[in-house]
Write a protein that binds this ligand. Structure first.
Ligand code: CU
Length: 536
């Protein structure tokens, strides 16, 4: 076998082949192996080709589930790109519906950001050229078509983008992909009795979000992975449509957060547990030098709909099995310096009031309780100050049962529950999303202070802003936790106000406006999103 064949062969086998042969026997036979996304780097012409396509996955033994993937059956490759290097990405849409690819966390101009105006028709391709000028970070890509982002992410379209630069080069942290640098993409899925992805856009999911009873890690249920002894790096992504997670280790060993959404922190932050909102990424280092197996788990969260079994107790999501190989990295004392925050005196300010139509809010909660009972309510009362609700008296609550279809067949686009149009039921500043009407214009390079308010409802709204990495000034009325003080593109809003310091380096015109939205994808799809432009 010549060298080229060998390289190809080991790539096909994946990371498991880089472990010594005997170590694979330490892994349980009855547990799936953690799938490691293929690393994809630009070729000699700086090109990367992606194909959105249909596929099949086996989540449950013996059941083939129809899924969508990027260059494969489910999810996609991890794109490793270098700051300052040109990159040409061609996306071919081999699906039979239009889609887009949004580059979540990348600071790139509005016309290549992949919003709902950037639709790629079935059978068509779209090429974008970009050159990143932002710090090393773990970002991701996912579809962003108008009103169907939740559906397309649920079907399986998403992947990682790893930005590298001199800052990441200089750190002696674990860097061997799949060996001591482990991607962990966490997503829940609802499966029908036939084992198919059971996506619903209805009054309940418009209010609460789409959630499922199966938790997947890189597309496998509670998989296992053999890793090096020593310090191991985990790149965590909450890729759920609507479920917030709360990551911990099964044996209470600490995690050291080294990076948030947009890059490295200035120094590691030790945590015992780590809330992870939809769309968020954190990189953590965990000491695995004792050679003992443990689990990454997600702890119960207090979020409506997300307290149902098996999420009512710590749920293991990944079995970690250390082997005899040694990790190539360690835990540094310091990481990458963060720029000091500028003063917010005299900065332009924006006010973004997130709003849920009370009718949607109440009907959605009533539907949740009707389907799942009180245990789904996360301890919240649904009266919102007005006494107990009589569900039988709720408009649209009778006979609007779950029809059991998978996919688009179950989507009614707002026409159930009487004639109430829940596709416009969520709003910002009183308006549901309109891609043709930007809400405001920001000057390129200008710092601004944005206040995002969730006052008026108690729902969790992880708020995402396109085109920038920002810094959080206060989060949900509280001081910012140390590990959330670095570069972020998502901020928590849950019944109170959050303030962020934003700046946009690139332009976004009216035809390709940026978006700011709730990253609970069904809130986004039903209007909790606004368009804004950036001009010179
Ligand atoms: Cu929301």
């Amino acid at each position: 076998m010549n060298r080229r064949d060998f390289v190809k062969w080991t790539t096909l086998l994946g990371a498991a082949s880089t472990l010594p042969g005997w170590s694979r026997f330490a892994l349980a036979a009855d547990r799936p192996a953690l799938p490691i996304p293929t690393l994809l780097e630009p070729d000699a012409r700086s090109a990367i080709s992606l194909s959105l396509q249909r596929g099949q996955s086996q989540f449950l033994p013996g059941v083939n589930t129809q899924t969508w993937g990027v260059n494969g059956n489910l999810l996609g490759p991890a794109l490793r790109v270098r700051r300052g290097k040109p990159l040409n990405v061609t996306v071919k849409n081999n699906l039979d519906v239009a889609s887009t690819v949004h580059w979540h966390g990348l600071e790139i101009p509005g016309d290549i950001d992949g919003g709902p105006q950037g639709l790629i028709a079935p059978g068509q391709s779209r090429s974008v050229s970009l050159q990143l000028d932002q710090p090393a970070a773990t970002c991701w890509f996912h579809p962003h078509p108008h009103q169907t982002s939740g559906y397309q992410v649920a079907m399986g379209l998403a992947g990682l983008v790893l930005i590298e630069d001199e800052g990441s080069d200089a750190l002696q942290i674990p860097k061997r992909w799949g060996v001591d640098d482990i991607p962990v993409i966490l997503q829940d899925k609802r499966l029908s009795d036939a084992g198919q992805i059971d996506y619903q856009m209805d009054v309940m999911t418009a209010a609460i979000g789409w959630f499922g009873e199966h938790m997947l890690t890189n597309g496998a249920i509670y998989p296992q992975h053999g890793i090096s002894r020593g310090w191991v790096r985990f790149r965590l992504l909450n890729g759920c449509n609507a479920r917030s997670l709360h990551i911990a280790t099964s044996d209470q060993r600490p995690m050291y957060v080294i990076a948030s959404d947009g890059g490295f922190l200035s120094e590691p932050v030790k945590v015992s547990d780590l809330p992870l909102l939809m769309g968020e990424r954190f990189e953590v280092l965990i000491d695995c030098s004792d050679g003992k197996a443990f689990d990454l788990v997600t702890l119960p969260v207090k979020q409506m709909g997300m307290t149902l079994a098996p999420f009512d107790k710590p749920l293991p999501v990944l079995r970690i099995q250390p082997t005899l190989t040694q990790s190539g990295g360690s835990l540094p004392d310091t990481l990458v310096p963060l720029p000091a925050l500028v003063s917010t005196d005299n900065l332009p300010t924006r006010w973004l009031q997130l709003m849920m139509d009370p009718q949607l809010d109440q009907q959605g909660m009533a539907a949740l309780m009707k389907r799942y009972g009180h245990s789904a309510m996360a301890g919240m009362s649904m009266d919102h100050g007005g006494g107990d609700m009589d569900m039988a008296a709720m408009p649209g609550m009778s006979g609007s049962g779950h029809d059991g279809h998978g996919g688009m067949a179950g989507m009614d686009m707002g026409k159930v529950a009487g004639s109430y149009d829940f596709m416009q039921g969520n709003k910002i500043n009183g308006k549901a999303y309109d891609m043709n009407v930007p809400a405001f214009d920001v000057k390129q390079g200008q710092y601004e202070k944005w206040t995002i308010s969730g006052e008026g409802d108690m729902m969790l709204h992880p708020f995402h802003i396109h085109g920038t990495q920002f810094r959080i000034l206060s989060e949900n009325g509280q001081p910012v936790a140390p590990h959330r003080q670095g570069w972020k593109d998502i901020v928590r809003v849950e019944g109170a106000r959050s303030e962020v310091l934003v700046r946009f380096s690139h332009l976004a015109d009216k035809q390709h406006a940026y978006m700011a939205h709730c990253h609970l994808l069904e809130h986004e799809d039903t209007g909790m999103m606004l368009a804004f432009t950036v001009s010179a």
